[in-house]
Design a protein around this ligand. Sequence first.
Ligand code: C5P
Length: 242
Amino acid sequence: MAKTVEAVTEGLSPALREKMVLALDVDDLVEAVRLARQLSPWFGVAKVGLELYTAAGPDAVGSMLDNGFDVFLDLKLHDIPTTVGKAANVCGALGAKYLTMHAHGGSDMLKAGVEGLRLGAHNAGMPDPVAVAITVLTSDGDAPAHIVPNRLRIAVEAGCGGIVCAGADLKDARELSPRTMRIVPGIRAAGADPHDQPRPITPREALEEGADLLVVGRAVTLADDPARAAAELFGELESDEE
Ligand code: C5P
């Protein structure tokens, strides 16, 4: 018999909440803060991506920290090693807990990013952050099948503590590098509009397949009632805890 999906109206347990990353893909910091506060019972991590960072800069990171969120700074850095290292240093000093960079940038670039991030955080008295490698963009339909394992290997050897991968790649990633954090976008309730996500996955499936962080955006942020949408999306998880 299919499980009834209850709504988790009061929010998630602390252990689940810290795995949920809210993608604040908006170009206005006031709107981002409003959304983040409204959804804070379900999300412990705020993702600041290119759109919000371009609009609001480091204030976007500071505002989310001030509101009690860990910050996932999704800048997808990709440049020469020196430049990535210096930019990552700044991101570490800002207090980002996670910073993304493209594995496509290669080993030297990733190493520079990892070290810059670590030093930036260390010199600012922050805990060690996590450098996160993007394995392959979901929009890259031409990417060959072996690319995720190859990029995972490069990322791990360079010292990255996490990777972003599709739900469908979780099993391989877990087997290849069990200690590397696995971060998964494309989270949707079963049968919900996938938007432009080619390989959506439900929260329950993602956790069962070994995801450490779940990135959730439009499934809640575009809803008429984002809090209600979050409560329903995560309802299937609460029934696990009963
Ligand atoms: O689809 P959703 O709004 O939940 O996307 C959340 C995050 O997933 C985005 O901020 C982006 O980083 C990532 N994304 C992706 N592939 C897409 C669209 C978005 O990995 N096709």
